[in-house]
Design a binder for this molecule. Structure first.
Ligand code: SF4
Length: 386
């Protein structure tokens, strides 16, 4: 979330400008969320934030914010608090971290908790705990895995009811005009986002995939500022493409992503170019239909599920278009989601003769991970990639 580090400090001016813009935007939105007068909605990952912006509230993604913890010196104290409250250490640190932050009163106080069962039901449960702790309404949405008209209509109706409840119980009025505006901002930003991803198909652009990942993690689609940010990143990528910088062999990082200065990333980036998985997903490249906003938001919500069958089709497209030669499957401690989809990923890689490694890590709680424990295997993988 901060200034360019390491290799990226030598990035071209346009990219540095985009990184700084993101950094300033993040600082601003964090500061805004802590203001007494702000209306804050805790949201889960990949939540349709257009709905939140339309209601005049500020989305606070509790899971993404956990990655800030990884950069904090006091991370152990936060985890200790969760243990004192009996939270099992087998739960992933992306859930324990936010829980500890709430116990330590470090997060802003929410006015409402909005949750989707994505990317996992563990997060949905964590969101319910947050609602109880702050004694605020929890409005939950269920997103089925099946992608058909019945399922899309079912999700769209839930979003409509969510909007009605926010208006009735909290006075968070989301008029159809404000929703349309948020959707239009979302689409404008998405257009730049998609064009930036398209440049990665034909060019190796150091630093760009990371920024796409950061913007995905911020999930600020629906805010006007995000259009400016995505445009700045696209301009940086286009400028970089003119110089056509090289890059090592390409691998995709599959699973949860650590903070940008993490030693594993620094170590691997010396030998290979890392593309992050999520920015390449179909769900992240689609525009919303402005004439059927809720229907379209519902479609995207279903596509965000880590559905093994659909993901396998997506991977075919990603590997072909982005010339991927290796998979780094990141098995985060306690993440049932990645544990569930990993066999499909390994089978896929074997079938396509893609070199792959599964690493067991914890990206937030250092008690569950040591670089030296994975370094030998990572080095062997990097050697294979040469
Ligand atoms: S279980 Fe996995 S997907 Fe769910 S919150 Fe934890 S890391 Fe994220």
């Amino acid at each position: 979330m901060g200034e360019p580090h390491g290799d990226r400090a030598a990035a071209p001016d346009a990219l540095i400008k985009a990184i700084r813009m993101r950094s300033v935007m993040n600082c601003h939105r964090l500061a805004e969320a802590y203001r007494e007068t702000s209306k804050v909605a805790y949201v889960s990952e990949q939540f349709p934030t257009e709905v939140v912006f339309a209601a005049g509230a500020m989305p606070w993604n509790i899971e993404s914010m956990a990655i800030m913890l990884a950069q904090s010196v006091d991370v152990n104290r936060i985890f200790q608090l969760t243990q004192e409250k009996g939270l099992s250490r087998d739960i992933c640190s992306f859930l324990r971290g936010p829980h500890g932050m709430m116990l330590a009163n470090c997060y802003p106080t929410p006015d409402v908790v909005l949750t989707n069962d994505q990317p996992c039901e563990g997060l949905a449960k964590q969101m319910c705990l947050a609602g109880k702790r702050f004694d605020v309404p929890v409005i939950a949405m269920n997103t089925p895995e099946s992608f058909d008209e019945d399922a899309i209509g079912y999700v769209a109706r839930q979003i409509e009811r969510m909007r009605e409840r926010m208006a009735a119980e909290l006075g968070l009025e989301g008029s159809s005009e404000s929703l349309q505006r948020a959707v239009a901002f979302s689409n404008d930003a998405r257009e730049y986002y998609r064009k930036t991803v398209a440049l990665l198909e034909t060019h190796k652009l150091p630093g760009i995939s990371r920024e796409l990942q950061e913007i995905f993690g911020m999930n600020y689609f629906g805010a006007r500022e995000n259009v400016t940010l995505c445009k700045a990143l696209y301009q940086a990528a286009a400028e970089l493409a003119k110089a056509a910088p090289g890059g090592g062999k390409r691998v995709i990082w599959i699973g949860q992503v650590p903070e940008e200065t993490h030693e594993l990333l620094r170590h691997m980036s010396r030998e290979v170019e890392i593309l992050y998985w999520a920015p390449l997903w179909n769900a992240n490249l689609r525009s919303l239909d402005e004439t059927r906003s809720l229907h379209s938001i519902a479609e995207r919500a279903i596509l965000y599920h880590w559905n093994a069958e659909r993901m396998s089709v997506e991977l075919e497209r990603i590997c072909d278009r982005f010339s991927v030669e290796g998979f780094v499957i990141v098995n985060v401690w306690g993440c049932r989601n990645i544990a569930g989809i990993s066999p499909m990923l390994r089978d896929f890689a074997a079938r396509r003769k893609i070199k792959h490694i599964t690493i067991n890590v914890d990206l937030v709680d250092r008690n569950n991970y040591a670089f030296n424990h994975v370094k030998n295997r990572v080095d062997a993988f990097l050697e294979l990639m040469q």
